[in-house]
Design a protein around this ligand. Structure first.
Ligand code: NAI
Length: 336
């Protein structure tokens, strides 16, 4: 998809962080932008920020308060976009997400239902609700595209964020399927896989639904403070949105936090090697992992040399904070 001006864009999670950056960038490209988010106060503020950044009329920005895990609410949001802008989106970007950290063996059903519900199920909801409408309205007539914000976590398993990594891996796989099928309608799909974003995701536990609050992880104001300090060092959402835009324009399926493939290639190659060589023992996998960490260090040195902020390799707990990623304290059977 190359032409954005005058077209319609829908962004889930568009009130904050990566989604807000995308809303600003695509509004500035001349699109009418609908942002859908569960937090009403954040939506109000986001509209002002988008209008100021893009210099567009306020009538080109539609804010919809919606819990995107709820299919009826999501369908009503899609109807609202059509009523307001006269059609379904030409560009669907699903970016809403939440995270929570703790040993995977401590996870509860609530941990899975919340994280997988937002990070994966809402993506399924949006694809099922919007894609048939997009095909009917635009196939053979004009360009359209679907995109999703996934994560680098999609490529790897990690004890500290099992539900999140599983959800993001599922998102990637599903987007490859959509990329494959949308070609016959003249459309494309892109999955953005960021590393660390300067966003508000460190506060996600604050609006975790009341019926999904039985977590197996140790969560407190202090752990959220630590998470916020990690994300404060993350990539600028506008810079990330520009990378996504470029990937959509050039028809790329995967968009990474740096468009230069040499940046992330060593790490991805290490991960891929453990899949290609599926007969490897754990000890051999550990050796590859050690090599990968070395390559990661070199990548960070390269980023530093280019004047870019490299991702931190272990984040210090800020004063007054508490380490995140621990099990709930009463789970005495967890090895700490
Ligand atoms: P953010 O917290 O700033 O933005 C996420 C938005 O999603 C929030 O405004 C939140 O209200 C909304 N949301 C959450 N649950 C919702 C629901 N049920 N219905 C509607 N809206 C809902 O966080 P950030 O970091 O900008 O996250 C955007 C995406 O980027 C997420 O998919 C996240 O997993 C992904 N990501 C984030 C990374 C990071 O370091 N922050 C790294 C890699 C990927």
């Amino acid at each position: 998809m190359k032409d954005f001006a005058g077209k319609i864009c829908f962004i889930s999670g568009g009130a904050s962080g990566a989604g807000l950056g995308q809303a600003k960038v695509f509004a500035k490209s001349g699109m009418k932008v609908a942002i859908a988010d569960v937090r009403e106060d954040a939506l109000e503020n986001a509209v002002k920020e988008i209008v100021a950044y893009a210099g567009c009329p306020e009538s080109d920005v539609l804010a919809i308060k919606v819990d995107l895990t709820n299919r009826e609410e999501y369908t009503a949001a899609a109807d609202k976009v059509e009523e307001t802008f006269g059609g379904p989106p030409h560009l669907l970007i699903q970016t809403a997400g939440v995270n929570s950290f703790g040993p995977v063996e401590a996870s509860t059903f609530d941990d899975f239902d919340w994280v997988v519900g937002v990070c994966f199920n809402h993506v399924v909801n949006g694809l099922l609700i919007f894609v048939p409408r997009m095909i009917k309205a635009y196939a053979g007539k004009t360009e359209f595209h679907v995109a999703t914000t996934s994560s680098m976590g999609a490529f790897m398993g990690n004890s500290g964020c099992g539900p999140y990594g599983a959800a993001k891996a599922a998102v990637n796989n599903l987007m490859y399927s959509y990329a494959d099928t949308l070609r016959k309608y003249g459309a494309g799909a892109t999955v953005l896989c960021p590393a660390n974003i300067n966003s508000n995701i460190g506060n996600a536990e604050k609006y975790r639904p009341a019926n999904l609050r039985n977590t197996g992880y140790h969560v407190s104001e202090g752990t959220m403070m630590h998470l916020r300090s990690v994300h404060a060092t993350g990539q600028d959402p506008i810079e990330l949105a520009e990378i996504l835009k470029e990937a959509i324009e050039t028809g790329r399926i995967i968009a990474m936090p740096n468009p230069d493939p040499s940046t992330w290639a060593p790490q991805l190659r290490g991960l891929n090697e453990t899949i290609e060589n599926y007969t490897l023992t754990q000890a051999e996998r550990d050796a590859i992992q050690a090599e990968k960490m070395k390559a990661m260090q070199e990548m960070m040195e390269k980023m530093k040399a280019e004047g870019k902020e490299p991702p931190a390799m272990g984040w210090a707990v800020p004063e007054g904070g508490e380490a995140f990623g621990q099990a709930r304290k009463d789970l005495d059977w967890i090895k700490r």
